[in-house]
Ligand binder design. Structure first.
Ligand code: HGY
Ligand code: MN
Ligand code: MN
Length: 394
């Protein structure tokens, strides 16, 4: 008898957990994330699933049953820096538990069913969001990804073999279950929902260059301080996003040389921007960049802006969402948009009909140690995923 949901959840709880914050550090190709990946392979093997891995570290456990295009479900096991327990692992553990439930119900799907784990969904190590699924679908070619570097200067090509992937060949439908990262389901009083689409979003590197100098002897009017240009830019970005009803965040900053008693020579800051439309995103990033450039002129600093990863609007298959959401005990499940990126968006853009299930998050907090979902809601999610697999695998 394979482990049930709560047993599996307990297995994962200590892996990569920070004693200081209670949050998770499960960066791709580091010890905790590799431990989780090995755990996943063990769970697949215990269920008699055939394990297939590609040259990038993406893994699928196949239930070789039925014929025709396969039905794939899963998520990711990596986390943001100091992230929560649920973003990613909930979809993987729920997929295994849902497969068990389908089997317990005595249902034999008419087509192959796979449980997937994509690597580096968060882009927390190599900077590119949904890296594993982008490589698996070919949305990002290996040649352009192998040189990506982490904060220690390690190249992606140093940690994975790379090449091509045939992992998704023959996949006809993808379903990703995920903890909700906002409060929409709480407000609607629903334990589960279905995704309608993903807001367009992107990551942009702002490099502000100035002139290092002494913090005491340099007169205030003589400084060329990139920190000031950055600070003004961060305030402006927040204001512009609020006025536009959109989202802009500077959550990562690197200062050189990062000394208390010196005006810095360079500040690098990463803007995460998300909007309801692609035109809105372009306009928001454009106006934040223009304002930053004007300020750089006034401060005598220099600015360059590089788009590191941009994800266009995702509209999930309407008919599939309606089919998954309709006719449940207690009524239809709500169909809601999200501002968070997912591998499901990459697979959808690659032409694979895709849907997502969300599990209620009582506070809406995510990308934080405080991220949470109640066990009862997680079990509703498992059952919803099992129902969905049954519906789609007929
Ligand atoms: O950053 C994101 O949107 C996601 O949670 N990967
Ligand atoms: Mn995330
Ligand atoms: Mn996620």
């Amino acid at each position: 008898m394979p482990d049930d949901f709560e047993r599996m959840w307990a297995d994962l709880a200590p892996v990569g957990r920070s004693a200081r914050s209670g949050g998770y550090f499960r960066q791709p190709f580091t010890t905790p994330e590799r431990e989780l990946s090995a755990w996943f392979v063990g769970q697949c093997t215990a269920r008699g699933l055939r394990v297939e891995a590609d040259a990038f570290g993406n893994v699928v456990g196949w239930w070789d049953v039925g014929t025709g295009p396969a039905l794939l479900t899963g998520s990711h096991l990596d986390s943001v820096l100091d992230g929560g327990a649920y973003d990613g692992p909930l979809g993987v553990v729920s997929a295994l538990a849902a497969l068990d439930l389908v089997r317990e119900r005595g249902v034999v799907p008419g087509r192959p069913v796979g449980v997937s784990v994509f690597v580096e969904e968060e882009g927390s190590r190599f900077g590119l969001a949904c890296l594993g699924s982008r490589l698996a679908t070919g949305a990002t070619p290996w040649e352009s990804a192998r040189g990506l570097t982490d904060r220690d200067g390690v190249h992606l090509g140093d940690v994975v073999e790379g090449g091509t992937s045939s992992l998704l060949d023959g996949v006809g439908t993808f379903v990703e279950l995920h903890v909700e990262q906002g409060r929409d389901l709480v407000d609607r009083g629903a334990a589960v929902g279905v995704a309608s689409g993903i807001w367009p979003h992107g990551r942009y590197r702002f490099e502000f260059t100035g002139a290092a100098n002494h913090a005491g002897t340099t007169r205030m009017e003589d400084r060329v301080d990139p920190m000031l240009t950055y600070a003004f830019t961060a305030l402006g970005a927040n204001k512009q996003a609020r006025l536009a009803g959109q989202r802009a965040t500077f959550g990562r900053v690197s200062v050189e040389p990062n000394g208390t008693n010196a005006v810095p020579s360079r500040v690098t800051a990463w803007l995460d921007a998300r909007c309801s439309t692609e035109a809105g995103l372009e306009e928001l990033v454009g106006s934040i960049s223009t304002q930053a450039a004007d300020r750089a002129d006034r401060d005598g600093t220099r600015l360059t802006v590089v788009a590191e990863s941009v994800s266009p609007t995702v509209v999930f298959d309407d008919a599939l969402a309606a089919r998954v959401a309709a006719d449940h005990e207690g009524g239809d499940w709500p169909v809601i948009p999200t501002q968070a990126g997912h591998d499901a968006g990459i697979l959808s853009a690659a032409g694979i009909p895709t849907t997502m299930l969300f599990v209620r998050n009582p506070t809406g907090v995510s990308h934080s140690p405080d991220e949470h979902a109640e066990v009862a809601d997680c079990l509703v999610g498992v059952s919803a995923l099992a129902d969905t697999l049954e519906r789609l695998a007929r």
